[in-house]
Design a protein around this ligand. Structure first.
Ligand code: ADP
Ligand code: MG
Length: 616
């Protein structure tokens, strides 16, 4: 047989690669294992974590359990009892379906599974260590499954190092546990942080569950939402305006019993509240959408926070209407009218702009965005749940900027009404390449010899980052003076962060003076758009606050990166001038990766196209 260059990856390597997708942090393990327990029909699920799950994640369920044979198979890749045919994939009703979680976890941690079915007298225990054959032996136990995940990522130091401080990792876990608890009030959840009971909630109705988890204040201010159409059912609650928060911490959205993040649907609720809320406030909600699984694609990313609806605009409108109706019934909105002329038949795809083919994505990291637990959740976790308020103890002003972000997300989804150059080819001088913006986020550039694909945000980040780094190194002046100084209020801990990071911030081009409770901005880096001075410095401060940047290898670099990420253009339509200057900047820069190592620019040669088109 001739020597081949292409080899099939050994299972172990394949699992570790898959683990990179499935297991990003302890929270992902918790999520996968709790979902498995729910899929197994458990009525009681206990979760115990030690050191924010880095040392131990222990999950106990009273579900169906596994036979010895199933136990052996469960840790093999693509072993699943849930999807057997392509048709099954079309309508997924279980949480799991990839058969990747256990295999992935087994490749990056010590894993022990104990399990017993109702029918069998004896249970089975599987002990697995990365890169070794698992060992199985009988064990005495009651029916159900117990899983222990120890020393996550101990064999992948780079990933272990990447984990955040315990407080942050724990916050992710408890956020996920709260979502499960709110999503499935029919299940008893017990959640321990080491020895500390965070919550133990009995099966109940949703209102009682909201009370158990979030407290009386919230459960006493709920407005029922119930709206049904042929395509989608929206049920649940929104909070009265009195319990709105300055952040999105109290927003829970479930689709077919799966927690999802959706900027557009979050906006759909928000805009129904429009005139009822103070500026910078966000409504509380726990909403469930039911849509025939056939019309939803969750098979987009292993993290599965992403969802693709057949008709996004329609779902947006229905959610918006459902909330408006609920508020009207409470006599909270004096008057409103639904414009039925724009009602859309979900089965006929409306696509007037030709570009609503998008995917709802949480950040690439799979992290839960815009959701905060109290900073002291470790010690105060108990209070937080029992004492009951989902509010953030810190006074966060950051929320106000989210509305800006929402808007652009909204525009991104539905486009601006006014004529925009975005989807039309840009007029060029003859020597210029043809540049076209597509899907509001990529630039396609035809140079005549090759095709360049550019991710506009990543590209812009690269450009801003390099200028900031050059500025830190004293090579360029990256600062522009403000005509009028801007005074921005910050709380004490933010002031401390700003003081601490002062030199770096000045390094990248900020000029400011610190007072006890405010910052007076007199100059900003050139990448800060006029009018965005306050918003961007706030977000950067937030990032520094959140990420313990002092402990990174190069704090200055971290500051530059935060600046680049916060000031880069989002996924929005750009005008032809912006498109051109982005292209020229990146070309001058010559770097094809974004600061965080993502591809900002890729080159497609005629041969590549030939391959694509011939399917080779
Ligand atoms: P998936 O959930 O996508 O099927 P997993 O790797 O998460 O893949 O799990 C593999 C299989 O192991 C599941 O399909 C299920 O049959 C079995 N399994 C996992 N966890 C449990 C559990 N807690 N109780 C019973 N069976 C389980
Ligand atoms: Mg699973």
């Amino acid at each position: 047989m001739p020597e081949t260059k292409i080899k099939i990856l050994p299972d172990f390597i394949a699992n570790q690669i898959a683990a990179g997708e499935v297991v990003q942090r302890p929270e992902s393990v918790v999520k996968e294992l709790v979902e498995n327990a729910l899929d197994a029909g458990a009525k009681t699920i206990a979760v115990i974590v030690k050191e924010a799950g880095k040392q131990l994640i222990h999950i106990v369920d009273d579900g169906a359990g596994m036979s010895e044979e199933d136990l052996k198979l469960s840790v093999k890749r693509h072993a699943t009892s849930k999807v057997f045919s392509a048709e099954d994939l079309e309508e997924i009703r279980s949480y799991g379906f990839r058969g990747e979680a256990l295999a992935s976890i087994a490749s990056v941690a010590f894993l022990e599974i104990r399990t017993k079915t109702e029918e069998e007298g004896l249970g089975w225990k599987l002990i697995s260590e990365p890169n070794k054959e698992p060992v199985i032996e009988p064990v005495n136990m009651s029916s159900g499954t117990q899983i222990f995940v120890k020393n996550l990522f101990y064999n992948v130091p780079a990933r272990r190092k990447f984990l955040k401080a315990n407080l942050t990792e724990f916050r992710h876990i408890s956020d996920t546990m709260i979502k499960f608890a709110l999503n499935r009030p029919d299940i008893r959840f017990t959640f321990y942080d080491d020895e500390t009971l965070i919550f133990d909630v009995m099966p109940s109705g949703i209102v009682q569950r909201i009370k158990d988890i979030l407290g009386d204040k919230t459960s006493g201010a709920l407005i029922k939402v119930n709206h049904e159409t042929k395509y989608v059912t929206v049920t649940g609650f929104v909070g009265e305006p009195s319990i709105a928060k300055q952040s999105k911490a109290g927003q829970y959205l479930f689709l077919n019993k799966r927690s999802i993040n959706s900027k557009s649907l979050s906006h759909a609720v928000y805009s129904a509240f429009e005139h009822l809320l103070d500026k910078n406030n966000y409504p509380f909600y726990v909403l469930n959408l039911q849509i025939d699984p056939k019309n939803v694609d969750v098979n987009v990313h292993p993290q599965k926070h992403e969802v693709k609806f057949d008709d996004e605009r329609y779902v947006y409108r229905i959610v918006n209407q459902a909330v408006l109706e609920a508020l009207r019934d409470k006599a909270l909105t004096p008057d409103f009218s639904i414009d039925n002329s724009i009602a859309v038949n979900p089965f006929e795809k409306s696509n007037p702009t030709g570009d609503n083919d998008f995917v709802l994505v949480n950040k690439a990291t799979g992290e839960i965005i815009d959701r905060e637990l109290p900073r002291e959740s470790k010690s105060g976790g108990h209070d937080f749940v029992k004492g009951g308020d989902y509010n953030i103890p810190r006074n966060r002003d950051a929320g106000r900027f989210d509305s800006g972000r929402e808007l652009s997300a909204f525009e991104e989804l539905f486009g601006k009404e006014e004529g925009s150059v975005a989807n039309k080819p840009v007029a060029q001088a003859p020597s210029d390449p043809h540049i076209m913006q597509v899907f509001n986020r990529y630039l396609v550039i035809n140079t005549g010899i090759e095709l360049l694909l550019m991710d506009q945000k990543k590209a812009h980040e690269r450009v801003l980052y390099d200028k900031a780094m050059n500025s830190i190194e004293g090579k360029i002046n990256n600062s522009q003076e403000l005509l009028f100084p801007v005074t921005i209020k910050f709380n004490a801990s933010e002031i401390a962060v700003l003081k601490d990071a002062g030199d770096y911030l000045e390094g990248i081009g900020y000029k400011f003076e610190l007072k006890d409770d405010s910052l007076v901005l007199t100059g900003v880096p050139v990448g800060v758009k006029p009018g965005k001075e306050e918003e961007t410095i706030r977000m950067i401060t937030e990032d520094l606050h959140e990420h313990d940047y002092r402990n990174t290898d190069n704090p200055g670099e971290f500051v530059a990166r935060a600046y680049a990420a916060r000031c880069a253009v989002g996924n929005i339509k750009l005008n032809s001038q912006e498109i051109k200057s982005l292209y020229h900047d990146l070309r001058a820069n010559g770097n094809r990766l974004s600061p965080d190592g993502k591809i900002a620019l890729t080159v497609i040669k005629p041969d590549d196209l030939k391959k694509i088109l011939s399917g080779k």
